[in-house]
Ligand binder design. Structure first.
Ligand code: HEM
Length: 230
């Protein structure tokens, strides 16, 4: 098999996309696990966890946030480059889009990755404004520490039905983005095989459903138990 220079650079782009995408999947898993402490009636575990990350880690958190932001940025930049490249390579839209079986999986998610990505970026900006840079309420924990009450900020936010509905919608779209992205990352990194590829395809669907369902469960649960009363 021969590769031209453009094939090499297109391979490089795909590797950046795949690798950054898998790192972001890792972030999402860790973020969901940490957020599950929001389901507890006691607010101390979630607030102590958030406080540990933001204040007790010292400069480590700035390095971690810088790395996370860089991975997001790399993912976004290469997503734009790859999408523009695809559009240029195929100026005419296909009249009929078929699943190309072993070599490609065309679906709602695969055809809308860039649009779903744009929605997710807008979501993250909105998300950070409300939580990370949202209202600063302090309280004293059971063991006498004065820390930020992020738990109450999140609970107040999900007491609003409009916020809950918007979250459910975006998390469903995130699920579609992950279902194609997770599978596609392995293809981009060249990790494939007769048995492995269908396995990863199935695993991607399970992963996407678990993540979307987990992130949807939080606002729904909080809305139900607070009755929108906070
Ligand atoms: C129900 C769903 C979610 C809840 C309740 C939630 C909650 C939070 C909270 C409370 C923070 C602030 C943490 C702090 O300042 O200590 C945060 C930060 C963040 N969230 Fe979420 N989140 C959810 C879903 C998501 C999703 C789906 C994504 C990505 C697609 C995401 C991306 C982020 C990012 C990038 C940060 C900033 C992390 C940092 O600066 O260290 N979140 N989230």
């Amino acid at each position: 098999m021969r590769f031209s220079m453009s094939t090499y650079s297109s391979l490089g782009k795909k590797i950046f996309m795949g690798f950054s995408g898998l790192l972001l999947c890792g972030f999402i898993v860790v973020h969901l696990i940490g957020n599950l402490t929001l389901l507890l009636p006691d607010k101390d575990p979630f607030n102590k966890y958030a406080n540990f990350l933001t204040t007790e880690l010292g400069n480590v958190i700035y390095i971690a946030e810088f790395l996370l932001a860089s991975v997001f940025l790399i993912h976004i930049i290469y997503a734009i480059i790859v999408t523009l490249g695809n559009w240029r390579a195929r100026p005419q839209k296909y009249s009929v889009v078929r699943d190309a079986k072993h070599t490609s999986k065309k679906s709602f998610a695969s055809k809308t990755m860039i649009y779903l990505g744009i929605v997710i970026i807008a979501f993250i900006v909105w998300h950070l404004l409300h939580f990370k840079y949202g209202e600063l309420i302090m309280y004293t924990t059971a063991d006498g520490k004065v820390i930020r009450d992020l738990y109450i900020v999140v609970y107040k936010f999900y007491g609003n039905i409009v916020n809950v509905i918007l979250y459910i919608a975006v998390m469903a779209l995130l699920g579609f983005h992950l279902s194609h992205g997770f599978w596609s990352a392995f293809q981009s990194l060249g990790i494939s095989g007769k048995r492995f590829t269908p396995f990863v395809f199935g695993l991607a669907s399970v992963f996407a459903v678990l993540m979307a369902a987990g992130f949807i469960a939080l606002p729904v649960w909080i809305f139900i138990i607070t009755g929108g009363a906070l």
